[in-house]
Design a protein around this ligand. Structure first.
Ligand SMILES: *Cc1c(COP(=O)(O)O)cnc(C)c1O
Length: 409
């Protein structure tokens, strides 16, 4: 028995690209498509917005769930030269995917007995306190390693980074030269809120201390920071979420292209009567004769249970045969029930794929239903799906740097 439908018989309201429609294994109950060309287009757009700053790529947490090796490879082929990850294990994956000259910074910083890993991988710690710096210096002296490090200064977020006073203590070292510091950075706490007074405060504090680190490149802006204005870009910007299609300017339209598409298979279709309930707890009641499609994805796949519906509240929607349809009842571990009563029967068949992300359903919309942010949706994307990568082809020559990049629409 083959539950995979004949692709020619699958109706789609919008044509899908051949890659996206590239047959997933017949056994795949879910398919996640990552559009590397869209990630590259987003990077180019951010790079143009941040000119004259260099545009890095933040690829921590497996490139926000998209695949660190694939994303870092595609970005480096597009011209990205600096990458940020959270851990040395992540750095190892990125190192294997990018040229030797690419810089990889590890945000979690240095702790004892990690020096060998830094040297072996050739990555740089983002150092956030003076003890770390002392340990790093000892390691470099003993081993002869001179791979460089960033200094992270806290300017008001109170997460990682040394105090401004501690950083001021390093100025004589900077002025003496041969200091091994390749970047001075800080991180904005509220960059996505255009009018947050914290942005101006952090900018003023960082500008002052960064200018005292003379000759050391400076970096402040994450994705949203790039859109706060040219004062925020300094020498290097560090976008993450915007590369992956999350809106860096949530107070206005999303300037980025969507990157991921998630589809899951209909594994059963049932007809129920008015008054019947659906799912755990019977929280959703049919108000008419209803046709329900049972779809093979659930909260174990990162489709949060918070997006369930019940008799009082609408949950998230999925796109079936080009139409948005409501979820019926609670999301289970592996399954979602969808009300497909309004669709022609011939359009909804067992084995068909429905769209959970894509065809107009954005990561940010889903995050709203999940009661969280797009970052958590992306980094929660499950591992049960077949993963398909589109674009980012190593054989495609990147455009010459002087050529203006195509403006994503
Ligand atoms: C995660 C992170 C970024 C990227 O932030 P986005 O909001 O995803 O663009 C940049 N800098 C630091 C220090 C980070 O931790």
């Amino acid at each position: 028995m083959n539950i995979a439908p004949d692709p020619k018989s699958v109706p789609h309201a919008t044509p899908l690209s051949s890659e996206a429609n590239q047959a997933p294994p017949a056994t795949a109950t879910g398919v996640l498509t990552v559009d590397l060309d869209a990630i590259v287009a987003n990077w180019r757009k951010l790079e143009k917005t941040a000119v004259p700053a260099e545009c890095a790529g933040v690829v921590k947490a497996n490139a926000y769930g998209c695949g660190a090796a694939q994303v870092a490879g595609a970005l480096s082929r597009a011209g990205c030269k600096t990458f940020f990850v959270a851990t040395t294990d992540e750095a190892r994956v990125v190192r294997a995917a990018v040229p030797a000259q690419a810089a990889i910074y590890v945000l979690s910083g240095f702790f004892q007995n990690t020096g060998e890993a830094y040297a072996e991988i050739d990555c740089k710690p983002v150092i956030g306190d003076l003890n770390q710096l002392a340990e790093w210096d000892v390691f470099c002296r003993r081993s002869g390693w001179s791979g460089g490090a960033a200094i992270h200064i806290d300017t008001g977020m109170n997460r990682l980074g040394m105090t401004i006073t501690e950083a001021e203590g390093l100025i004589p070292r900077i002025n003496a030269g041969d200091h091994g510091i390749t970047l001075v950075m800080s991180h904005l706490a509220s960059a996505e809120l255009l009018n947050s007074p914290a942005n101006a405060r952090q900018l003023a504090a960082f500008r002052e201390i960064a200018s005292a680190f003379s000759g050391v490149p400076a970096s402040l802006a994450n994705s949203s920071g790039i859109f706060l204005g040219s004062q925020f870009v300094f020498d290097l910007v560090r976008p993450g979420c915007a590369l992956y299609g999350i809106n860096p300017t949530p107070e206005s339209d999303n300037p980025m292209q969507p990157v991921v598409e998630l589809k899951a298979r209909i594994v059963q279709i049932r007809n129920i009567e008015r008054g019947d309930t659906v799912g755990y707890g019977g929280t959703w009641t049919a108000r008419r004769s209803t046709r329900i499609a049972i779809v093979s994805a659930g909260y174990a796949d990162g489709y949060f249970r918070a997006a369930s519906s019940n008799d009082g509240t609408r949950g998230a929607e999925v796109v079936v045969a080009g139409r948005r349809c409501p979820i019926a009842g609670r999301i289970s571990m592996d399954l979602i029930a969808v009300d497909v009563t309004d669709l022609d029967k011939s359009l909804v068949r067992r084995g068909h794929m429905v769209t959970l992300i894509g065809e107009g359903i954005t990561v940010d919309e889903l995050a709203h239903h999940f009661g969280t942010i797009g970052y958590e949706v992306m980094t929660s994307l499950g591992r049960r799906y077949a993963r398909i990568y589109k674009g980012g082809d190593a054989t495609v020559e990147p455009p010459a740097p002087v050529e203006p990049a195509a403006e994503p629409t």
